[in-house]
Every structure is written in structure tokens, then in C-alpha cells.
Design a binder for this molecule. Structure first.
Ligand code: PGA
Length: 242
């Protein structure tokens, strides 16, 4: 694991944002796996500024988002579809048809997950996958479990995840289910970039980096990936053995 520690989240945004811009400049039709949550916002801000400054174009880039809530209208203010358009896509020249999401409102979720997995394969797989990490070490919405998951699936969110994300919703409105890419699928990305900031993530990061590889710590599987870069601020790195 290539672990890089920064002073604050703005510095991470610059470094991670530049990594994504470089990937797009090197391969203008690359396939990106993208994440939601508070963590990637500085990275997305850097990317939209680089685009506005004429430094990079996304016109041939394709994206696949990691996950989406179930039973939330696609254009709801808290859907990940809305989040990604507001934080990133609306400010880039990316084509809407190249932007991919799991449909959390699909009637047949198994069929929807199979469709998504096939689309990722048809696109040639993910070149660079961005990840955050949950306080419980989830990646995507792969919660601690008895086995590592494979392809996309419908997941019941844990109390830890509901407590962390319900602040964004009106009281009682946070969905308890989501569709998410599976762990094996995330691991097939050619390169993985994980970002974690703040003290709340320190234990998950320690377990991910220094603990055993176990589905009870979903992110620990990244120890087995050949090309993973971890961007941490000092607080998220604070429990690591130096
Ligand atoms: P956060 O979420 O960026 O809002 O902390 C990360 C995650 O749950 O993966």
C-alpha cells in the first residue's frame, strides 16, 4: 500500500484531484469509478477547477458510481445521482450517457445489479477507482460481513452507516437499503485511490492497513491489491504504527 499523509483535506484534494486529472490526460477515454460522501468533495473541487482552467477534458471519460440508495427518487436531493451531478458532472464536459449509476428504484434488483456489472465489463473494467471508507471500514456500501462480496448487490445498511449518513436527511427519511458494487468487483479496478480524513476514520484505517484481511473489515482486502494509493490527513493516520 502506498500511504501518503497530508496536513489537511485541501492538500489531499489537490493531490488526489491531480492524480485523476493525470489519469484522464494519459488516457482521455478512461473509465473512472467514483465515490460519494463528504470525503471526495475537495478532490472534485480540484477537478472542476482544472477543467474550468482548460487543463483537462472529460468528453470521452466514462464513470461508474459505487452505490446508490434504494427507494429514493433519482432526482431526490440526497440521491447519489444528484450529489454527483452537483459536485462534479454539471461542471464538466462529460457526456450524460457516459455517466453510470445503479438504479436503486429498480423493481428487480438482481437484474439491475447484473446489468450494471455487465456494463462495467463492456466498458473494459475500471481504470481508476476512488474510495472513501466508513467508520466501520466499509468500502462502497460493503458492510462488515462473514464473506467478501463479489458483484453488485442489494445491501441492508448497518446502524453505523445509518448514524453516519442520517444527518443529511430529514428525520427518519434515510433509506435503510442500497445497491452497491461488490468487493471483488472493486478489487478488479486497475488502480485504487482511497481517501480518509478526520479522527473518526483513524481506527478503520489502522485495521485496514495493519490488521488481518477479513470481511469484518471490508477495506482490509485492499492489502491484496497491487496498485492502491491511500491519501490520509494526520488525524486519520494518527493510530498507524509509524
Ligand atoms: P464520508 O463517507 O466521506 O461521508 O465520510 C465515506 C464512506 O462512507 O465511504
Amino acid at each position: 500500500m502506498d500511504i501518503r499523509i497530508f496536513k489537511n483535506e485541501a492538500e489531499i484534494g489537490k493531490a488526489a484531484g491531480q492524480l485523476f486529472c493525470d489519469a484522464v490526460k494519459e488516457n482521455p477515454s478512461c473509465v473512472l469509478g467514483l465515490a460519494t460522501g463528504a470525503t471526495p468533495v475537495p478532490t472534485y473541487n480540484y477537478i472542476t477547477k482544472a477543467y474550468a482552467d482548460g487543463k483537462v477534458s472529460f468528453k470521452n471519460v466514462s464513470t461508474f458510481n459505487l452505490d446508490e440508495y434504494c427507494d429514493l427518487p433519482k432526482t431526490h436531493k440526497n440521491s447519489y445521482y444528484t450529489f454527483m451531478h452537483e459536485q462534479l458532472f454539471n461542471s464538466l464536459d462529460i457526456k450524460e450517457e457516459n455517466v453510470h449509476f445503479l438504479d436503486g428504484n429498480a423493481e428487480d434488483t438482481e437484474e439491475e445489479c447484473a446489468r450494471y456489472d455487465a456494463e462495467i465489463n463492456n466498458a473494459g473494467g475500471i481504470d481508476v477507482q476512488l474510495l472513501g471508507i466508513g467508520n466501520n471500514a466499509h468500502i462502497g456500501f460493503n458492510e462488515p460481513a462473514d464473506e467478501f462480496t463479489v458483484g453488485s448487490f442489494k445491501v441492508k445498511l448497518t446502524d453505523s452507516t445509518i448514524n453516519a449518513n442520517k444527518i443529511y436527511f430529514d428525520e427518519g427519511a434515510m433509506p435503510h437499503y442500497a445497491l452497491t458494487m461488490g468487493i471483488e468487483q472493486i478489487m478488479r479496478a486497475k488502480k485504487i485511490v482511497l481517501i480518509a480524513t478526520g479522527e473518526k476514520k483513524a481506527e478503520a484505517i489502522k485495521n485496514m492497513v495493519e490488521g488481518e484481511v477479513t470481511p469484518q473489515v471490508p477495506a482490509s482486502i485492499l492489502q491484496n491489491h497491487k496498485d492502491v494509493v491511500i491519501f490520509l490527513d494526520e488525524a486519520a493516520a494518527s493510530l498507524l504504527n509509524k
